[in-house]
Design a protein around this ligand. Structure first.
Ligand code: NI
Length: 170
């Protein structure tokens, strides 16, 4: 947080299936795995392209965490499916060690392209919808603290959740 590259609007990918795109995605996967994240957007590694990855597999440490399929989403479009807003705690690999209570659309449809340029769309809700919104915000230069409605609900993990093993950041 504070790096100007995180505050810019990223640009659309125009060519798919290229070695450059494959290398970017490998770098993103390695970074996400190394930091044990739930998702990552290209601007978080300094690349201003509209590329995000995310995915959460079942983990016995977090029995309540919903699974999200491993996904590469390029040039995404998001559309809320209702007016319902849900508030939940989020973290971000670009804002390490902190959590904030963030409002998000509860249900949405998203569409975009995979790394081969194949278009797909999904209708999702709850945690899956939250992760997509968090990651796609990065492509528009928005970090989750900018969306917190009550800054009393923003702080350090150790202070907000002492002694707790927290779910992954994205
Ligand atoms: Ni993030």
């Amino acid at each position: 947080m504070g790096d100007p590259r995180l505050l810019q609007r990223s640009v659309e990918v125009e060519r798919f299936g290229t070695p450059e795109l494959a290398a970017l995605l490998q770098d993103m996967r390695d970074t996400m795995a190394h930091l044990n994240g739930a998702g990552l957007a290209a601007p978080q590694i300094g690349i201003g392209l509209r590329v995000v990855i995310f995915g959460v597999t079942a983990n016995p440490r977090y029995p309540d965490a919903e699974e999200v399929p491993d996904t590469v989403l390029i040039n995404p479009e998001l559309a809320p499916l209702s007016d319902e807003i849900d508030e939940a705690w989020e973290g971000c690999l670009s804002v390490p060690g902190m959590r904030g209570l963030v409002p998000r659309w509860l249900r949405l449809r998203y569409a975009g392209f995979d790394e081969r340029g194949q278009r797909f769309e999904r209708t999702v809700q709850d945690f899956h919808a939250r992760v997509v919104q968090h990651e796609c915000d990065h492509l528009d230069g928005i970090l989750y603290p900018m969306r917190i409605r009550d800054l009393a609900k923003f702080g350090f993990n150790d202070a907000l959740f002492p002694g707790q093993d927290l779910p992954r950041e994205d």
